[in-house]
Ligand binder design. Structure first.
Ligand code: IDP
Ligand code: MG
Length: 137
């Protein structure tokens, strides 16, 4: 069993996709181990995406992530990190495979509906960033 952090980003919440995204993960065998709706502050978004702080899109990305509420979740299943990335699809929906969440629902490379951890170390950091142990079931 492995855990990963998933976020339904502000665009996904605005488009009323919470149910569709959660259903897709459950249908794919994920257990929802933790879940909360939050409206990230600039400081929280900058800390979450600190690995991208030198990138030209950092300011725009943190503006987007603070533009409205999002849903943060801990997803659990075998091979959760890779499986979540597979279901999400490529960062840019234009490059995302058929049947992926980003291909189905995302507008562009920035407004791409969902986040998923990309490695065990980032999953550990990202889960701990939003959830304490007692909030994960
Ligand atoms: P990922 O979400 O597929 O792991 P990352 O490269 O880690 O993609 O980028 C984090 C987030 O930053 C993306 O999901 C997207 O919202 C945004 N982003 C990535 N590349 C660009 C870009 O070139 N322009 C604008 N936003 C970007
Ligand atoms: Mg990433």
């Amino acid at each position: 069993m492995e855990r990963t952090l998933s976020i339904i980003k502000p665009d996904g919440v605005k488009k009323n996709l919470i149910g569709a995204v959660v259903k897709r993960f459950q249908d794919e065998g994920f257990k929802i181990a933790a879940m909360r709706m939050i409206h990230m502050s600039t400081r929280e978004a900058e800390g979450f995406y600190y690995v991208h702080k030198e990138r030209p899109f950092f300011g725009s990305l943190t503006d987007f992530m603070t533009s409205g509420p999002s849903v943060v979740m801990v997803l659990e299943r075998e091979n959760a990190i890779a499986k979540n990335r597979e279901i999400m699809g490529a960062t840019n929906p234009a490059d995302a495979a058929e049947g992926t969440l980003r291909k189905q629902y995302a507008d562009n490379i920035e407004n791409n509906i969902v986040h998923g951890s990309d490695a065990p170390e980032t999953a550990a950091f990202e889960i701990g960033y939003f959830f304490k142990g007692l909030e994960i079931f």
